[in-house]
Design a protein around this ligand. Structure first.
Ligand code: ADP
Ligand code: ADP
Ligand code: ADP
Length: 214
């Protein structure tokens, strides 16, 4: 199964993707996580991405599309994948179609997570990420770790993302509305979109998603 997850920053894409990927037996591919891994390893790609991410802007397509293509062509993604954070504009959506078409493949569905803006702001403000495993995502109020600053799942250090500052979040939301939201109509025209509410408990949203997916 080949699925795209869309929704504003802080909607819970990473949180849901971790459970959905496990339930569906497919890899979770997050371009944000790939960029952050490149930044922490100090790669040239990471150096290119960093200034855009800090500013809450999209990393240029020529960097992003190649990285996403390489990841989708890894052996573990041969039978499917869950894309989180890619595509993020129309040019990337068209590039993804081409990448799939070249292998005679197509998407099975696009899961659109709907959350009111005041809720995403609260979710992002309290987000804490694990340094060891980016699928371990916490929230200081909604999903607090048992001991402060330490990941329950693996003991890794929890940190706040640099781009989760109030000012950068405002910019990221603006970019979401102007550049990313149009891909939902693009996919609606192909009959691929299912929209669910991402409000409620994490497990409830996961269940809603599993029922909505093709
Ligand atoms: P969130 O889910 O909170 O929006 P992500 O981890 O998906 O955050 O993305 C963080 C940042 O990484 C984005 O603001 C952007 O700068 C960059 N990024 C991630 N995916 C893409 C993409 N497909 N195209 C361009 N930039 C991206
Ligand atoms: P995204 O990948 O869309 O940016 P995340 O999965 O990182 O979103 O979630 C953003 C924040 O919201 C995290 O702190 C996460 O723990 C929290 N969160 C995710 N899902 C829920 C939920 N259903 N209810 C409350 N908080 C949630
Ligand atoms: P609550 O803690 O109030 O029961 P959650 O929805 O956060 O609500 O679920 C508790 C825990 O169950 C999560 O932290 C997670 O470890 C696990 N969990 C939730 N949904 C799933 C799922 N679909 N598959 C596997 N584990 C899940």
């Amino acid at each position: 199964m080949r699925i795209v997850l869309v929704g504003p920053p802080g909607a819970g894409k990473g949180t849901q993707a971790a459970y959905l990927a496990k339930n569906l037996g497919i890899p979770h591919i997050s371009t944000g996580d790939l960029f952050r891994a490149n930044i922490s390893q100090g790669t040239p790609l990471g150096q290119k991405a960093q200034e855009y991410m800090r500013a809450g802007q999209l990393v240029p397509d020529e960097v992003t599309i190649g990285m996403a293509r390489d990841r989708m062509h890894q052996p573990d993604a041969a039978d499917g994948f869950l894309l989180d954070g890619f595509p993020r504009n129309l040019a990337q959506a068209e590039a993804l179609d081409e990448i799939l078409k070249a292998d005679d493949l197509r998407l099975d569905g696009v899961l659109d997570l709907e959350v009111p803006e005041d809720e995403v702001v609260k979710r992002i403000a309290g987000r804490r990420m694990c340094r060891k495993d980016s699928s371990h995502i916490f929230h200081v109020i909604y999903n607090p770790p048992q001991s402060e600053g330490v990941c329950d799942a693996c003991g890794g250090e929890l940190y706040q993302r640099e781009d989760d500052s109030e000012e950068t979040v405002r910019k990221r939301l603006e970019v979401y509305h102007s550049e990313t939201e149009p891909i939902i109509d693009y996919y609606k025209a192909q009959g691929l979109v299912v929209t669910i509410s991402a409000l409620g408990k994490v497990s409830e949203v996961t269940q809603r998603a599993m029922e909505a997916l093709p």
